[in-house]
Design a protein around this ligand. Structure first.
Ligand code: F6P
Length: 458
């Protein structure tokens, strides 16, 4: 292979540039040209395929920096429709005219689906990313636990997962995805910050974290020591929850809850999806989980409790909601993410050159350390070809204590004990660089724009 293409698809993560850096670095060593396609699959849907040469003469362009959050290539949630064979043929023709011999997609499950149809025309591999940490398996045979059941949903069926089995951490496929550690770093810090104000004002703080249907970010947020963690994989039962909140209030006069955006009730209905809409990839956009928990607590605990026992505040005022939102997805990636992302980027390039096809690079946990491996994308699919978000294993969470289980603690420690580098801590000092006050933000998009070629003029 002389030239490969790379694109970053789906929602961004802080570690995407690190993956590109790892890929380009390896390509430089192997004397392979790398062309970066702008804005994920939307770049190949554009007849001009806007693109950037990332390593002219096998030297990385200066904009590539593994400590820079986001992606210099831009990302989008546009995907190639696998059923539209004419479109796929047009996209394949564009990639041919771009002279790329293989395509490296950096993304999650949507990207895996998006790249598969292109695989009939050229070799494709995936370097994983997602803050949700849901691309992978708890163990190899997990996809066979998904079954379809008849339902009145428009497609006529709904998926259900049989209870999983216990497993050892070494069995996990794709132990942690780049972006997850940084998201947890942000969410845990946010809990610590909101904690002291809830503590001072004797309030109940309900903090919502991202993660869609997977409770991994919420679980990791336990580093910020929330009193209660709610995850989508464990249905919210109102009585035990209210009882626990009251016990905590009784003891410490305030409470902090960390709520995953995808939490469900005992009927399996998403609590917050009051006004659910869909993004272009068909993903439900989660909204309102923390508000739903607030409504429940306001209703069950009532004004009298707060006016009588605490302070002259209604339940509505004493219980407040904060969404950490996109701060979890932005900014400088921490060391763990930078390390795993660069290695996975390099591994994906090796895979392309070694003839792997429709595979993904994976991070594996072996004998207390990390290694990099690969897996056929099909191994992630159920028998109908669907890819499911890896659920947070019930063995990682204790629903009685609303906290990580001993195994969940072991999992988190293996990732986070050495996740922060000295430079991560030192970098916080740059916030107050005197120049920040006098220099406007210098966007990398401006420099990248100057490097963009389009198909007819390259
Ligand atoms: O999948 C990553 C993620 O950040 C989810 O945790 C979240 O639900 C979603 O993307 C938000 O997407 P958007 O940025 O498009 O609103």
């Amino acid at each position: 292979m002389k030239r490969i293409g790379i694109l970053t698809a789906g929602g961004d993560t802080p570690a995407l540039n690190a993956t590109i850096v790892g890929a380009v670095h390896r390509a430089n060593q192997l004397r392979v040209e790398v062309v970066g396609i702008i804005k994920g699959f939307s770049g190949v849907l554009n007849p001009e395929v806007p693109h950037v040469h990332l390593n002219p003469l096998f030297h990385s362009i200066p904009e590539l920096d593994s400590t820079r959050g986001g992606t210099i290539l831009g990302a989008s949630r546009d995907y190639v429709d696998g059923n539209d064979s004419e479109l796929i043929a047009r996209v394949a023709d564009r990639l041919k005219r771009l002279h790329v011999d293989g395509l490296l997609c950096v993304g999650g499950d949507g990207t895996l689906n998006g790249m598969q149809p292109l695989g009939n025309h050229l070799p494709v591999v995936l370097a994983p990313k997602t803050i949700d940490n849901d691309l992978g398996l708890n163990y190899l045979d997990e996809p066979s636990e998904w079954v379809r059941e008849m339902s009145d949903k428009p497609r006529g069926y709904a998926y259900k997962k049989w209870p999983g089995r216990d497993f050892s951490l070494d069995e996990m496929i794709n132990y942690a995805t780049p972006g997850f550690a940084t998201a947890v770093y942000v969410s845990a810090q946010s809990v610590q910050r909101i904690r002291t104000t809830a503590e001072s004002h004797r309030r109940v703080a309900i903090i919502e974290v991202m993660g869609r249907d997977c409770g991994m970010i919420a679980l990791g947020t336990s580093y910020g020591q929330p009193d209660i963690i709610l995850v989508p994989e464990s249905p919210v039962e109102p009585d035990p929850l209210v009882e626990r909140v009251l016990a905590i209030l009784d003891k410490q006069k305030h409470a902090v809850l960390c709520v995953s955006e995808g939490i469900k009730d005992t009927d399996g209905q998403i609590l917050g999806a009051v006004s659910a809409s869909k993004d272009p990839a068909g993903n439900i956009q989660y909204t309102g989980a923390a508000e739903a928990v607030k409504r429940l607590l306001v209703e069950r605990i009532g004004d009298a409790f707060f006016t009588r026992q605490r302070r002259n505040e209604s339940a509505d005022a004493a219980i407040f909601v904060r969404k950490i939102g996109h701060t979890q997805r932005g900014g400088r990636p921490i060391l763990f993410d930078r390390f795993t992302a660069t290695q996975l980027g390099g591994k994906a390039v090796d895979m392309l050159l070694q003839g792997f096809h429709n595979c993904l690079a994976t991070l594996q946990y072996r004998d207390g350390g990390f290694t990099f491996d690969s897996i056929d994308a099909n191994k992630l699919r159920d028998r109908w070809g669907g890819i499911h978000a890896r659920p947070l294993s019930p063995t990682f969470y204790d629903p009685k204590r609303f906290q990580p289980s001993p195994k969940g603690v072991e999992y988190l420690r293996s990732i986070f004990s050495h996740a922060l580098g000295v430079d991560d801590v030192e970098s916080t000092r740059s916030l107050f660089d005197a120049g920040n006050l006098t220099h406007p933000y210098d966007s990398v998009n401006v420099d990248i724009n100057k490097r963009i070629y389009r198909l007819q003029d390259s």
